[in-house]
Design a protein around this ligand. Sequence first.
Ligand code: ZN
Length: 241
Amino acid sequence: MQNPAIRVTVWNEYRHELKNARVAEIYPEGIHQCIAGFLDNEADLNVHTAWLDQPEHGLTEAVLDETEVLIWWGHMAHHEVSDTVVERVQRRVLEGMGLIVLHSGHHSKIFRRLMGSHCSLKWREADDKERLWNIMPSHPITQGIGEYFEIPAEEMYGEPFGIPTPDELLFVSWFSGGEVFRSGATWHRGHGRVFYFRPGHESYPSYHQSEVQTVIINAVRWARQTVRIEDSCDPVAPLEA
Ligand code: ZN
């Protein structure tokens, strides 16, 4: 029997697109719809979207219950995400749900909580060219990506990046200003898998670029929930008399 489709929820803050004409031109229906659009072309993915200004940010118990992989894009309104929802997402990751955090999601409440660190970095908006080196070509997330790929213009993110040492480091970026950055990295948290992927500043069309899309599609398949184990901390009787 074939595996049922992977249930993905693409979550977006969805503010820049409504406030800034240049961003709206690149993502007329929002970053979430762009990402959902290319994921939807994959027969094995069942895609749903949610955003900040929906009730409970669109991440109700029922939605998260059905979600196997959650994708997160946020930037200007991290502080508006309710702690109740952050707690709920964290619990689902620990139970086995996959989480893919994109670009400025590095400073989201959920990523900082799961990493246990500030997740700060250096940045510059100056049309830097970005070259992403694929340093783990055997990994499922880097399949279809050559030795490297380039994004003609992006916001620069530079080291030091305040993350715990990743379980796996998949991409290292070089920028035309000279900086480097750990731009693709994985962690396990509880029973869930977490992937951080750097590209996607709102004023550049990075999510329209095929290599970026390939990495995100691969990451969804890699992060798929394989078990769901709810938290418990119970006394037990010995197995032997
Ligand atoms: Zn940015």
